[in-house]
Design a protein around this ligand. Structure first.
Ligand code: PLP
Length: 390
């Protein structure tokens, strides 16, 4: 299966042209420029541009509060944070990690790049997160960890996953790239498992341009991560192991400080857009929308629609009809990571994870961002409905 690079390029090209009709799948949130200028101005005085500077320390503190986590460790990007977590948790080398194929490339690549073997469990058809009932049958003496994904901001069944992990002595690392700001019963997504990875990439709900963070509770892990992301150099100046370089710089941290101040407003705007979509598409036969449980404060990161026709053609028709109108939706996540050219020889996605395979064939993620207007949403829904009602 081939990743649609051509469509991706179209999105970027048309974004830069800023045609008034064009709607990209996402648009980065940016705090007002004068706020950012005020935040970075002291850097011309201090000349402290990276390596745990003032902005870095400030953002860590702000995020500890916002995410309700005693530790937040910042990184150059979410992927680096995930790879670093896999190293710093000191898992047995070469072990198996049970994970989901219904995710972005990063989750699976982090596992393989660190020398572990991904073992794919199927997802739930309700919220597309890893199905805890599929995990235990896949556990072997070589299993070292479980890496679920809070996909589209839907929180995994964390209690069930962690009960299995505890029983079998496994670590749990959540890919929480989509779950920034999500809470269940008032409890932050950042509080589960041994560690959670958040991405602060430009396209995510909260961004530091590029960036990422790990949240966790173990004090020792904080020290190890600081060393891992700075070449293995310890606080006393000794180089204690062959670490990498994953430090967030001051300009990205400053962007994060500014964007975080506006994050709740941005999520409220996303919520409004979500609700307008639901008004149009909520009761249409053949369309399944993301369900948001009553006890969840969501972040409205994405608007996935699953088309329920057996022939699997509606999704592609809708995507094409939207593209004709300069509206760029994404087949997110298609193909499954286990179907990528680099993994397809090792895995049989359709056989191993039939539900994930089926959802990937039928899902389309519609444009959703804070500044998406009501008119834009109406236009998008008209195109979707014209295909579905045909
Ligand atoms: C964005 C994303 C990542 C990677 O984050 P980066 O900050 O871009 O490195 C990992 N997992 C998922 C599910 C993502 O969507």
């Amino acid at each position: 299966m081939i990743y649609d690079f051509a469509a991706e390029r179209i999105v970027h090209a048309t974004m830069s042209e800023k045609s008034s009709r064009t709607i990209a799948v996402t648009r980065s949130s940016m705090a007002p420029l004068d706020e950012y200028v005020a935040e970075i101005t002291p850097l011309w005085e201090s000349r402290w541009l990276t390596n745990r500077g003032e902005k870095h320390r400030q953002l860590e503190a702000d995020l500890q509060e916002y995410l309700q986590s005693p530790h937040v460790s910042l990184f150059t990007n979410g992927h680096a944070a995930l790879e670093c977590a896999l190293e710093a948790l000191e898992l047995l080398a070469g072990g198996e990690i049970i994970t989901t194929p219904f995710t972005f490339a990063s989750t699976t690549h982090a596992i393989t790049r660190k020398g572990f073997k991904p073992v794919f469990a199927d997802i739930k058809s309700t919220d597309y997160t890893l199905d805890p009932e599929k995990i235990e049958a896949l556990i072997t003496p070589n299993t070292v960890a479980i890496m679920p994904v809070h996909v589209y901001g839907s929180l995994c069944d964390t209690d069930a996953v962690e009960a299995i992990a505890k029983k079998h002595g496994l670590k749990v690392i959540y890919d929480a790239a989509h779950a920034f700001g999500v809470k269940r019963d008032g409890v932050s997504a950042a509080t589960f498992g041994d560690a959670s990875m958040f991405s602060f990439h430009a396209t995510k709900v909260f961004n530091t341009i590029e960036g990422g963070g790990l949240t966790f509770t173990d004090d020792d892990l904080a020290t190890r991560l600081d060393e891992w992301k700075n070449f293995g150099i310890a606080a006393d100046g000794q180089t204690v192991f062959a670490g990498g370089n994953g430090k967030m710089n001051e300009f990205c941290a400053a962007m994060g400080i500014c964007n975080l101040r506006h994050n709740d407003e941005e999520i409220a705007k996303r919520k409004h857009a979500h609700e307008r979509y639901v008004e149009h598409l909520g009761n249409i036969e053949g369309l399944k929308l993301l369900e948001i449980p009553d006890n969840v404060e969501h972040n409205y990161a994405y608007f996935p629609v699953v088309f329920e026709d057996a022939s699997h053609t509606t999704r592609d028709e809708v995507a094409a009809a939207l593209a004709d109108e300069d509206i760029f939706a994404r087949k997110y996540f298609y193909p499954l990571t286990s179907d990528f050219a680099c993994y397809a020889d090792t895995y049989d996605a359709q056989h191993d994870t039939p539900i994930a395979y089926d959802i990937a064939e039928r899902v389309l993620t519609l444009p959703l961002y804070a500044d998406l207007t009501d008119d834009d949403i109406d236009r998008i829904c008209n195109v979707v409905l014209s295909c579905v009602n045909k």
